[in-house]
Design a protein around this ligand. Structure first.
Ligand SMILES: C[S@@+](CC[C@H](N)C(=O)[O-])C[C@H]1O[C@@H](n2cnc3c(N)ncnc32)[C@H](O)[C@@H]1O
Length: 245
């Protein structure tokens, strides 16, 4: 599996983003994601595609007793160990597709902005269901299907360089999208809304919350931020692994 986050140029550009420099408070979705976390006191939390480990550290601050952050990128894991180390957190280089998902182990599985790098979501949902304890929570934020559908995943621009509209194309053709992000070619995967939500229901999850991220009022002065109200970029879902006890 190829991961652009291990590419020096991409990694350095990612490091310049506000969310990389200032953590969760600088992430436009955090004001909506944070309230969706269950109580984590004494719980075991798995973070898929943990990046710098912000959510792992947050889980420990909320009282989680054991946290595992996995990420395909060695560079991201090294950064997580530097920035968000804690004796309750273990970081591991592993693909979301390759982790062994031990049965009935985790109270909460979280994944922020990593699942659009996964081709076969259904297979991962199945594994996450198995690895969660009864009534365990699966909380994720994935790039929104309206955002991922278009071929280039970018605005169509006016002659003055400002965004004219966001193209949605080939919506029902799910699968690979070759995008240009942070000056690099990045492969992502488009999944339709039905594939995401029915994928959960078909894998025995109950869906508790669905939200589309909008930037908070305090961020509206940041240049370009008002354009975030023109199309949804992120889909937040909280699901419950219903099992017979
Ligand atoms: C946008 S970053 C988000 C990082 C972190 N979850 C956060 O919100 O700060 C996406 C992360 O997913 C990781 N990633 C991409 N594909 C992956 C895969 N197949 N398995 C595990 N991690 C993956 C990348 O290396 C990167 O760290």
């Amino acid at each position: 599996m190829n991961n652009e986050y291990d590419n020096e140029k991409f990694f350095n550009e990612y490091a310049k983003m506000a969310r990389s420099q200032n953590g969760l408070e600088a992430a436009g979705e955090w004001h909506q994601l944070r309230p969706l976390f269950p109580k984590l006191d004494g719980k075991k939390v798995l973070d898929l595609g943990c990046g710098y480990g912000w959510h792992c550290k947050f889980a420990v601050e909320q009282g989680a007793k054991q946290v595992l952050g996995i990420d395909l990128s060695k560079k991201m894991i090294t950064e997580a160990q530097k920035r968000n180390a804690d004796e309750c957190i273990q970081y591991q280089v592993a693909g979301i597709e390759d982790y062994n998902y031990p049965p009935n182990t985790w109270d909460c599985v979280v994944s922020n902005l990593a699942l659009h790098y996964v081709e076969n979501l259904d297979e991962i949902f199945k594994k996450i269901y198995q690895t969660l304890k009864a009534d365990g929570i699966f909380l994720f934020n994935i790039e929104h299907p309206v955002f991922t559908a278009g071929v280039g995943q970018d605005w169509i621009y006016k002659t003055d360089g400002t965004p004219k509209y966001w193209p949605v194309d080939n919506y029902f053709l799910s699968g690979q999208r070759n995008t240009h992000f942070l000056g690099c070619d990045v492969v992502k995967y488009h999944h339709t809304l039905t594939q995401i939500l029915m994928g959960l229901l078909n894998n025995q999850f109950d869906i508790a919350v669905v939200e589309e991220a909008q930037p908070p009022k305090e961020m509206m002065d940041i240049p370009g931020m008002t354009d975030e109200l023109r199309r949804p970029m992120m889909l937040l879902v909280k699901a419950i692994a219903k099992k017979k006890r």
